[in-house]
Design a protein. Sequence first.
Length: 213
Amino acid sequence: MGPGAMSVALDADARQAAAAKLAEEQALVRKAQAGDRLAFDDLVRRYDRDVLRLALNLVHRPEDARDIYQESFLKAYRNLPRFRFECSFYTWLYRIVTNVALDHLRRRTSRHEDQAPVYAEDDGGTHDFFDRQPQTSAAANPEKRLLGQQLGRHIAEAMKRLSPRERIVFEMKHHHGLRLRAIGDLLGTSEDTVKNSLFRATRKLRESLDAFR
């Protein structure tokens, strides 16, 4: 078998595997829609870490991300009868998480309780997802570490200047690599609106960080 034929065969295998995975997921969703709680629990186990990671990337507070995680799955469970298989279950769930996070950021902004973001790294271990924070070695260059801390504070302060929608658009574009059209679909708005939000967010961040240079 030549390289071209082998590539075609691999592509076919990948498509078959993806189709089998989608069919399995759809079967679980249908069972859950029929009232099978174990089927829904299986869906939660499939995507719980993805939902946690997405929530934390959007709001940067572990305690808030936990709340968004719980609220998102609760909304997914309550609205599951409305799922029409027009997209994958995860795309539908992603949209729910994003909207819950957006509402949360709006409430948080109105309470003026914003604070510096806290980032967590997933190392694939067995520790709690939110407890794994990057550690700075004591042997690191103190001057470089101080500069990094100062930059981190400036970025945190710059992010505070963004509206909730600007922040989520910026996060989804630069942290998740989503296309503008996909972001618009998830937020229920047009691609032009997303583009304008991204432009405003980028301008605000640039203006804030220019002063740090």
